[in-house]
Design a protein around this ligand. Structure first.
Ligand code: ACO
Length: 331
């Protein structure tokens, strides 16, 4: 049973914030941000919730498709609007995908790659025809706009891919995967959820694992540690997924990595000895939108005609957890 990415969609909010805009609120400048990260501008929500961005990206992926043929919806997000219901349940109703079972998956910036693999695995094992994976992030909800080391990196947006069983006569298929992680680095990327506040809370409370993050729900990051992890994780995951597919690195036409930082992406291209035209770097105008970066970039590549049926593609995610993973497939 082979699976293909049938269609794609994305949504970027209209509001564009440049590096110069950020320099009006924190002590930074365009030169520092561009040279350290490759980012020039990013999109911020004007109030659109995460579910709305995800729904709009999915609607664009579903143009001309009967939503009742979808058997599974997975939404990846670290910034949901609700702890319950799952964002995926909201999608089911909004999209009219009445036959789908739905759940959210949180694996930080790796979420989309994990979800894609889970959806492809379910699709191969179950009788339904299609599965939908949506990545939607409103990182500005968690961004600390007083922390210049992190606030310059993030943006908001959503991407979606529709999977289906590969039609006869097409070469599309998933060939290889690698999924990994190291919880030892969990404290390097932290966004806190709810506080315990029941009325019987003793004065001396249970010690937290990351006490330095007690203060608030804003996101915090040990940038250097994440950088060290990412520059190795990205090429390692790509190499392992490519080997699992039975390919050589020279067989790969396009690598779409998580867009965290141009320096990480370009460092990985050098280590893998692939050309800049193979390793896709589109962070300049979107910034880091966590799990949404890969499907946002994929949708742009599809609409530009840059990715075509029969091409060998690798997606690679890495980030909070720390998690990392890659899938190798023929588009
Ligand atoms: N503008 C100007 N100066 C700044 C800024 C800023 N926005 N931020 C930090 N600086 C200053 C620091 O204060 C420091 O000054 P000092 O030497 O006087 O103390 C100097 O620049 C260097 O700061 P570092 O934090 O050491 O900068 P570094 O070279 O490590 O770059 C960066 C920071 C870009 C975050 C880098 O560590 C990195 O790319 N890390 C990877 C993290 C990442 O990509 N995270 C994304 C989220 S997770 C994910 O998606 C995987």
């Amino acid at each position: 049973m082979n699976i293909q990415i049938e269609k794609t969609g994305s949504y970027l909010p209209e509001l564009v914030i440049t590096n110069d805009d950020l320099a009006t609120i924190v002590d930074t400048n365009d030169e520092w941000i561009s040279t350290r990260s490759g980012i020039k501008s990013r999109h911020y929500t004007s109030g659109e919730p995460t579910w709305f961005m995800g729904k709009t990206a999915a609607e664009r992926a579903l143009e001309g498709i009967d939503p009742t043929t979808i058997g599974l919806i997975i939404v990846t997000t670290v910034t949901p609007d609700y702890m319950t219901p799952a964002t995926a349940s909201i999608m089911q109703a909004e999209l009219g995908a009445t036959n789908a079972f739905c759940f959210d998956l949180n694996a930080g910036c790796t979420g989309f790659v994990f979800a894609l693999d889970v959806a492809a695995t379910y699709l191969a094992a179950m009788p339904f025809e299609r599965a939908l994976v949506i990545a939607a992030e409103t990182l500005t909800k968690q961004t600390d706009f007083e922390d210049r080391k992190t606030c310059v990196l993030f943006g908001d947006g959503a991407g979606a891919v529709l999977l289906r069983k590969t039609p006869a006569g097409e070469s599309s298929a998933f060939h290889g995967r690698f999924m990994g992680g190291t919880g030892d680095g969990a404290e390097y990327l932290v966004g806190k959820a709810f506080e315990v506040k029941h009325p019987f809370l003793p004065e001396e409370t249970f010690p937290e694992r990351f006490p330095e993050h007690e203060a608030g729900r804003d996101f915090s990051m040990a940038g250097r540690e994440v950088y060290k992890f990412a520059v190795n994780a990205l090429p390692e995951a790509v190499e392992k997924a490519v080997a699992d597919a039975g390919w050589e690195i020279g067989d790969v036409d396009l690598i779409v990595p998580h867009q965290a930082n141009s320096r990480i992406i370009q460092g990985a291209a050098r280590r893998l000895k692939v050309d800049d035209s193979v390793m896709i770097d589109r962070i300049e105008t979107i910034g880091n939108t966590s799990s949404a970066t890969i499907p946002i970039v994929l949708d742009a590549l599809v609409r530009e005609g840059r990715v075509k049926r029969g091409m060998n593609v690798v997606f690679c995610g890495f980030g909070g957890g720390l998690c990392y993973g890659a899938v190798a497939f023929t588009y």
